[in-house]
Design a protein around this ligand. Sequence first.
Ligand code: FES
Ligand code: FES
Length: 161
Amino acid sequence: MTNVTMTVNGKSVSGNVEGRTLLSSFLRDDLRLTGTHVGCDTSQCGACVVHVDGLSVKACTMLAAEADGAEVKTIEGMANADGSLSVIQQAFQDHHGLQCGFCTPGMVMTAAALLKENPKPSETEVRDYLEGNICRCTGYHNIVKAIMAASGQDVSAIAAE
Ligand code: FES
Ligand code: FES
């Protein structure tokens, strides 16, 4: 076992992990931050996306030990300080950017990374960036619309689905 310490959603946390423990398992099983979902465990679905040192990472592709010393942000850290929804979360709610919600945490984390890199993405750029995130409910249309709305763009011309 190895001791790891990292900052998760602004709080310093530590724990003992096996060398093979994935960051997704550490977050969910040890820290009980179950908002990070695991849909495939094989780096395909994007449900487990978190931010590590400001970059979006599929938490099932990284060992917990590799995140030792890192700054990690999960969906639980995305709301505003007063507990209200962040702009991106609110946009997902306003534009029905979810159906069952399983992919939503990963979609929101990926969207946040996109808007940091590219504050006003085109529809094509949003769709390209979401390439690593699968929505099994196939609700992509409203997810894209929500992300564009969160970027402050007028989405009234994009038809509702
Ligand atoms: S659970 Fe990590 S990509 Fe699917
Ligand atoms: S809303 Fe169900 S998987 Fe995306």
